[in-house]
Design a protein around this ligand. Structure first.
Ligand code: JHZ
Ligand code: ZN
Length: 420
């Protein structure tokens, strides 16, 4: 693949009825952070299409995954809220399902730094992961002794296959009785060839009749209703409703038997799928009816959303310019992918003094497309801001709790601009 290619048909239903509804211009990749101001930063088109046949929203281009994920700076363990979410998920899975063995097995696809696997491990699961980024795979394994002190190697080590999860990479890489649980949180939206992913999944689930797949994806209904346009960026190729997911999983003979909604990452759905035969929970049909009621299968909903995006953008720029006129400093908390995207899309680089992020891999780097630098938390104390822009607004409570003592005001960009 060149650095990117254009999408030729819908990645779920293969149809050609793709209608554009939002064009966010050409922007840099949100997790490719330059080290120096003279580092070359490439920009890529960011346009969203609606499939009139299956209602999948998807980007018009696919950036080469090697460009996106080779030196991936996002670490899921940095947020306590996300770690709590993982703990609850592991506990709930353990309590909710009956497993044959008291040492059930779990595999996490794109396990990042191992945040979820560590929680499953604590619940007594035997775990393993897939992760394409080498540094993250090492951290999940427990080999990165800088970030995980090796106090008790036996209990922290996790086997991780340092690969993308594909039919090819998963071939011959399965346990021979098959995992009990396979998880993939915030992964399906990043995968271009969903059929290949599904084939790999089917292969992994083949040996165990009772195997369960549990996936989490940001929910398109919340993205639209909360105007979370900053979560639209190049890594996120697809924006899911339950309907296209149901079509995809049924095509591969793994029906979704249950769905739940969680507030995490601005609003996500968790789907449960298995081989046919399980009773289909009422939640599945209820969510499809919900999507119909909110006209999520109508193009007009998305055209209206595009207008709201541009209104919100204007509002945010006006608010920030107003604050700058008063000669106040503004610092962003969270060099999140969505934050990088927001800063670029709204042209906020010139108004932001610096960005704080607790992820060591992001510190010292720059917000691409700007000369704004990312600093560790201690910078808040040496150079306290008047205003904090919550660029990781999905962790608003956690960020406010940590910074309350600074006495700064907060700018919350979505669902509507709010200064508190
Ligand atoms: P956060 C990521 O998006 C990337 P991002 C990915 N594409 C995806 O799908 C979504 O998640 C779901 C920092 N932070 O999690 C850490 C602190 O510094 O909202 C992160 O850099 N201190 C895989 O990047 C950023 O903020 C803190 O106390 O938009 C949060 O990024 C907390 C809570 C966060 O996702
Ligand atoms: Zn489609």
């Amino acid at each position: 693949m060149n650095k990117f290619k254009y999408l030729s048909s819908c990645r779920v239903c293969k149809g050609y009825n793709l209608k554009p509804y939002l064009d966010l211009g050409n922007t840099p990749l949100s997790n490719n952070l330059p080290k120096y101001p003279f580092d070359k930063v490439e920009v890529y088109p960011l346009k969203v299409l609606f499939c009139e046949d299956c209602s999948l929203s998807q980007l018009s281009i696919v950036v080469d995954p090697k460009v996106l994920y080779t030196d991936y700076v996002y670490h899921s363990s940095v947020s306590q809220t996300f770690k709590d979410h993982c703990r609850q998920m592991a506990k709930q899975v353990k309590d909710q399902f009956k497993f044959k063995s008291d040492k059930p097995t779990c595999m996490d696809i794109a396990c990042n730094d191992g945040a979820l696997l560590r929680e499953f491990k604590k619940e007594g699961f035997i775990v393993r992961g897939y992760e394409p980024c080498k540094e993250l795979a090492d951290e999940a394994r427990g080999w990165d002794f800088k970030s995980t002190p090796p106090d008790n190697l036996g209990s922290t080590m996790i086997p991780v296959i340092n690969e993308f999860f594909t039919e090819k990479s998963s071939n011959n890489q399965r346990s021979w009785i098959g995992e009990d649980v396979i998880t993939a949180t915030n992964v399906l939206g990043h995968v271009h060839d969903l059929d290949d992913f599904m084939k790999a999944l089917v292969y992994q689930m083949e040996k165990n009749e009772d195997a369960i797949f549990i996936g989490e994806v940001p929910y398109l209904h919340t993205l639209i209703s909360h105007c979370e346009f900053d979560t639209i960026y190049h890594e996120h190729l697809s924006y899911f409703l339950l309907k296209p997911l149901k079509i995809l999983f049924e095509r591969h003979n793994l029906p979704i038997f249950k769905v739940e909604y969680y507030d995490i990452h601005g609003g996500s759905i968790r789907i449960y799928a298995s081989k046919p035969g399980r009773e289909i929970d009422k939640s599945v049909n209820d969510m499809i009816l919900f999507e119909e009621t909110y006209e999520m299968y109508e193009f007009k909903t998305y055209a209206d959303f595009a207008h709201q995006v541009f209104d919100l953008r204007e509002d945010l720029i006006d608010t920030i310019q107003g604050i700058k006129k008063l000669d106040k400093s503004i610092v962003a908390y969270g060099a999140s992918a969505k934050g990088v995207n927001l800063i670029n899309h709204c042209g906020l680089g010139k108004y932001i003094d610096y960005v704080i992020d607790d992820t060591p891999a992001k510190q010292g780097k720059l917000i691409p497309g700007t000369s704004v630098q990312i600093h560790p938390f201690s910078k808040f104390d040496t150079d306290p801001p008047d205003y904090i822009l919550l660029t990781a607004w999905n962790f608003k409570d956690e960020l406010i709790k940590k910074t309350k003592y600074l006495g700064a005001k907060y700018i919350v960009p979505v669902p509507e601009v709010e200064v508190i």
